[in-house]
Design a protein around this ligand. Sequence first.
Ligand code: SRM
Ligand code: SF4
Length: 575
Amino acid sequence: MKTLQTDRSSDLSQPVATLHSNEQLKHGSNYLRGTIAIGLKNSLTGAVPGDDPLLMKFHGIYQQDNRDTRFERAQRKLEPAFQFMVRLRIPGGILTKTQWQGLDKIAAEFSERGLRITTRQTIQLHGIRKRQLQSCMRAIREIGLDTIAACGDDSRGVVCGANPALSEVHRKVAALAKETSQRLIPKTRAYPEIWYGEDAGNSRENEDPAYGPLYLPRKFKVGYAIPPNNDIDVYGQDLGLIAVLKGRELVGFNVCVGGGMGQLDTREDSYPRLAEEVGFVEADEAPMLAEIVMGIQRDFGDRKDRHRARFKYTLDRLGNAWFLQTLAERWGKPLEPARATARFTHNNDMPGWQRGDNGLWHGTLYIESGRIQGALQDQLMGFLQHYSGDIRLTPNQNLQLTNIEPYHLEQVQWRLDDLSLGDRLLPDSQAAHTLSCVALPTCGLAMAEAERYLPRFLGLFNRLKAIHGLQEQPMTLRITGCPNGCARPYLAEIALTGRAPGLYNLYLGGSYHGDRLNRPYASNVNEERILELLDPLFEQYANERRPGEKFGDFLVNAHLLDKTSAEQNIISFSQ
Ligand code: SRM
Ligand code: SF4
């Protein structure tokens, strides 16, 4: 693979001492080593010391504590119940059956809460203790997986949409996603040295050429989408690539840049942003383009203000014209104009069995909030014993059974029914259009419940819809425990983002296929008030919508979200 010789001017142009403290930490970490290896050996505490938790993120590991027990432990003068979340890197969410079986074993041995499918098509294991971390990482390696750069200021897991009906294109795009992931992952030897105990020899001067010693100013997310399904929410990616087809042949991708969800309620200059379409790239060139775009963000992203460090802010600061010119200079040619491509029609997973153009079958099992533990974990393992297809994790936190031979399909359905999994074959229900982030008790940033609150809220939400005869009208609904947006709430027709225990900001009016941001409608509202606010809107929608008009579109078309109607509910979004 050709490695680009790109210019890391910003690394050199600003004295490190003037940059954000995280930059100084990365710089002094000897390519992400820090003192992690020493901290792991200290058995007096369940935590790792000093700044090592920040460095461990680059290795795919988060230090957390169980927030449910924080208060009680503090009263007993005990340190918090420290534990670690391990996030795997699984480009495109593609796994073999054997890998799933291996993951199940790893979860049983090390994780406190089973397996968690994430909104970026990978698996998180929660509740791992420090003394077990190394064994866990080695077990992950044994099944051919790793956790490199699943978190941290680097290129995160590359997501890749599924469109089973177009199996051949689907396969090619998934291969490109994998190649992109390989190209963009950090190459530091710190990872095998710390986790596998490999002798890395002497650390080299320029150990991570594509990154340099400062890595990126912030995380960088790449995703490939295959219309008409926008399951990855391509407009929420730093770099989104939309497949362009000629007949059933993949010719390339329309390139979108600058998407992102995260915002802080306390900073007016932070906001979610849609990625904008800026051109077209030939299919085979997409991974290299990703490396160049990442290099531009590496060199020009804000390294002083972390809250303004994402690529979306770099683009807003310097402009698209500047970006396209810089890209052309580094690539040696300009981007071609974007091409006509099929439209997106939805961003949920496809319900029922789907037959690919190669004759193989695919079906998605609904997994509430992506959490697989207890009886469900056992049922899935039972099912897999006699299953010969593959597995794919979806960006909607579901589990797809893929590449099933036609002769095997009937038996697969029979086994699913036998193990009480048949009902999970994705129904076209409200649940299948709903996402929630992890939030409490593990997420250190959560201000309210999300995953644990979802079943209750969904029940109430469904009841309200039924009162208005809307039970057959799916609406995209997303709940997060804080404004960071891990379930991509600002792209949903309806979203709740946590502000405090039991209180949420309510956003309305995203599009059904995720190409329009929703708008703030009410702040700091509790469950009762949320339902009270939705009630008249549902009634109006039920009575006045045009045929086929989606809820988010209706709210916008009927001007129900115009400032004057919404502002009365908004006490202050910047409180
Ligand atoms: Fe996220 C931070 C969970 C997808 C935006 N996210 C976190 C942390 C690690 C909290 C922390 O920093 O301490 C959460 C760990 C919770 C836990 O206990 O497991 C967390 N994010 C998740 C996951 C597991 C949500 C889920 O329910 O599936 C998703 C894992 C993805 C993966 O496999 O890599 C997850 N996070 C996202 C997405 C969606 C996406 O990428 O498609 C976003 C919005 C897109 C974006 O990046 O703009 C997202 N997470 C954030 C942010 C805000 C970033 C920003 O630009 O401001 C944070 C906070 C931060 O980085 O400072 C965050
Ligand atoms: Fe945690 Fe907030 Fe992300 Fe939810 S949205 S997982 S609460 S950081």
